[in-house]
Design a binder for this molecule. Structure first.
Ligand code: BDR
Ligand code: CA
Length: 322
């Protein structure tokens, strides 16, 4: 018996592990990827679009999945780059981009229309700042109810941030958007940075060497894209590459990866500069109403095996990489 495919949209600031999350959506037989929507985040907006095209190419799916361009800056703040972490976000890979164009519809309208056309069926994997998702919720009062489930990579479960002591990058960049989304009433699952990602979704150099040794076109793409951030990660005390975005997509498709999760009341700090983007995750003892399920632990070995298997698949590039 084959299980039903899961319709999803990936909202992304495509660089490094966002590329791996797109591969999950493109290659996992359980995934029915309907669209990619782009949001301002990790690296320059046009660079992110190129990174998404590079990823579609690596999967041999160029032209199959539309890319919609969403918000080019946070709701009320200036964009904050993570280029110091990611470089160009694709390990310097290049190809001929001639003739490749994003869809003409705005990403926020695409999100609204795609879920309205299949109410309650499509899940969204949001792995960048939450600007597009907040905009869609504000623009269309039916949007929240039309989304089956919203899987968010962001915040920390009362743990350390990464861009500041208090804040994880996606929530820091657009805290007003994150707050809007948690107040909106979505069916939310959160994959936090700390401690979850740091404890269960870091691939060591030895594990990365194991993936590189597969030597498929997909493994070569992965190795190139992920390799850029290794030095940075090690410089901040993380012993390998980090995979919060691909874990978020994987958990939607394979909930059995989750070994611990609980309901929390999540809110995001917007007032303070010191703790801008801090995610307060209240675990049920403060008389607050839960608005999200927060993943607390996953089977890290099974996740590594899942990514390894995905990258072992044969694929044919649509265009050669330079
Ligand atoms: C998040 O920020 C980005 O740099 C990564 O892609 C991930 O979505 C981790 O804080
Ligand atoms: Ca991301």
């Amino acid at each position: 018996m084959t299980s039903a495919r899961i319709p999803l949209i990936i909202d992304t600031d495509t660089a490094q592990d966002d590329c791996v999350a797109l591969l999950v959506g493109l290659l996992d037989p359980r995934a029915d990827l309907r669209a990619i929507t782009m949001v301002a985040g990790n690296v320059g907006f046009e660079r992110q679009v190129r990174n998404a095209h590079l990823t579609l190419n690596a999967a041999g799916r160029l032209g199959d999945i539309p890319i919609y361009l969403g918000c080019r800056r946070p709701l009320v703040r200036d964009w904050v780059s993570a280029e110091n972490v990611h470089g160009d976000g694709a390990g310097g890979l290049a190809m001929d981009f001639d003739g490749l164009a994003a869809h003409s519809q705005h990403g926020v309208d695409a999100l609204i229309d795609l879920v309205a056309a299949a109410p309650g069926e499509i899940s969204i994997v949001a792995i960048g700042p939450l600007t597009n998702i907040a905009m869609a919720a504000v623009k269309d009062p039916n949007f929240v109810g039309n989304v089956k489930s919203l899987f968010i990579m962001g915040g920390s479960n009362n743990g350390r941030g990464n861009i500041t002591a208090a804040a994880e990058y996606n929530f820091y960049v657009d805290p007003e958007a994150a707050r809007t989304v948690f107040e909106a009433g979505f069916n939310v699952t959160v994959i936090p940075w700390a401690p979850l990602t740091l404890d269960h979704a870091v691939f060591s150099r030895e594990q990365l060497a194991g993936i590189a040794a597969i030597d498929t076109p997909l493994a070569r793409f992965f190795t190139r894209v992920v390799g850029t951030t290794l030095d940075f990660d090690e410089s901040v005390g993380i012993a390998g590459s980090t995979h919060p975005d691909s874990l978020t997509a994987a958990v939607l498709l394979h909930p059995e990866l989750v070994t611990a999760a609980a309901d929390y009341a999540v809110d995001v700090e917007t007032g303070s500069e010191l703790t801008r983007g801090y995610s307060a995750m209240s675990w049920g003892v403060h008389e607050l109403t839960a608005n999200a399920r927060v993943v607390e632990a996953v089977d890290g070995a099974a996740f590594l095996q899942y990514i390894t298997d995905l990258l072992s698949r044969p694929s044919t590039l649509n265009r050669p990489f330079d």
